[in-house]
Design a protein around this ligand. Structure first.
Ligand code: SF4
Ligand code: SF4
Ligand code: SF4
Length: 205
C-alpha cells in the first residue's frame, strides 16, 4: 500500500502538464470520481487517505512547509460543505453544457478544473493544514454521503490510556479516542500505528 501511495502524486503533473497538451487526460478526473464513489459504500473515505493524488502529495510534500494550524470551524459546517459541493458540481455542469459536447473539449474542461482545484488545495495546505481542504472537498463530502459506515476506527476503552497521541497525529484533526462515529476519517491508519496500547482497530461489519 505504501508503494501505491508514493506513486499516486504522479497523477498531478500528468494532468496539470500533460493535460495542457493532451486534454483527453482530463478524463482521469472522472475516473477518480467514479473510483471514489464506488469505494465509499464499503470503505468510507478510504480513497482520500490511500489513493488521492493531491491528498497524498500534501501529506508527503506540502506538510513540510505547512503552517499546520487548526482547521477553521467553518470547514466542519455541513451546510457550508454541501453548498460547496453544489457550487462546484454546478460549475462543472455549466462548463460541460457550454462546451458543445465535444469529447476532447470536455477533457480540457476537466483539466482546467483539476488545475484550479490543485492550486486551491495547495494554498490551503500551506497556509492552514495539509488536509484542511479535505474537510470541505466536494469529493470528500460525496464519499461521506455514500458511506454505509462499514469501515470505521473503533477504540478499545479497556486498553486506552487517554494519552492523546492518536488525535495528535490525525491529519483530519479528529478526536480519535473520544468520538465514536468518524465520517471524515480518511483511513490513513496513522492513529493505529502510533497507539502504544494497540487500542485502535478498524471495525469491518
Ligand atoms: S478530500 Fe478531496 S482532495 Fe482530499 S484526499 Fe479526498 S478527494 Fe483528495
Ligand atoms: S489518523 Fe486515524 S482517525 Fe484520523 S484519519 Fe487517519 S485513520 Fe482516521
Ligand atoms: S493513542 Fe491509543 S492509548 Fe492513546 S489515546 Fe489514542 S487510543 Fe488511547
Amino acid at each position: 500500500m505504501l508503494r501505491i501511495r508514493l506513486i499516486c502524486p504522479i497523477i498531478i503533473p500528468v494532468v496539470v502538464i500533460g493535460g495542457l497538451i493532451y486534454p483527453i487526460l482530463g478524463y482521469l478526473l472522472l475516473l477518480d470520481m467514479l473510483l471514489l464513489i464506488g469505494i465509499s459504500p464499503s470503505k468510507g473515505r478510504w480513497f482520500c487517505g490511500n489513493l488521492c493524488s493531491r491528498g497524498i502529495f500534501n501529506d508527503l510534500v506540502l506538510s513540510k512547509i505547512s503552517r499546520k494550524i487548526k482547521i477553521p470551524k467553518l470547514f466542519y459546517n455541513s451546510g457550508f460543505r454541501i453548498a460547496l459541493l453544489i457550487i462546484m458540481m454546478g460549475f462543472m455542469v455549466f462548463r460541460i453544457i457550454g462546451s458543445e459536447g465535444v469529447f476532447v473539449k470536455l477533457g480540457g474542461i476537466f483539466v482546467g478544473i483539476y488545475i484550479m482545484q490543485t492550486l486551491i488545495i495547495s494554498v490551503i495546505a500551506i497556509f492552514v493544514s495539509p488536509r484542511a481542504w479535505c474537510q470541505i472537498c466536494p469529493a470528500g463530502t460525496l464519499q461521506r454521503l455514500f458511506d454505509l459506515k462499514k469501515n470505521t476506527i473503533v477504540v478499545d476503552k479497556e486498553k486506552c490510556i487517554d494519552c492523546g497521541l492518536c488525535s495528535k497525529v490525525c491529519p483530519m484533526h479528529l478526536k480519535v479516542n473520544e468520538i465514536k462515529y468518524k465520517p471524515d476519517c480518511i483511513k490513513c491508519g496513522r492513529c493505529i500505528d502510533v497507539c502504544p496500547k494497540n487500542a485502535l482497530k478498524y471495525s469491518r461489519q
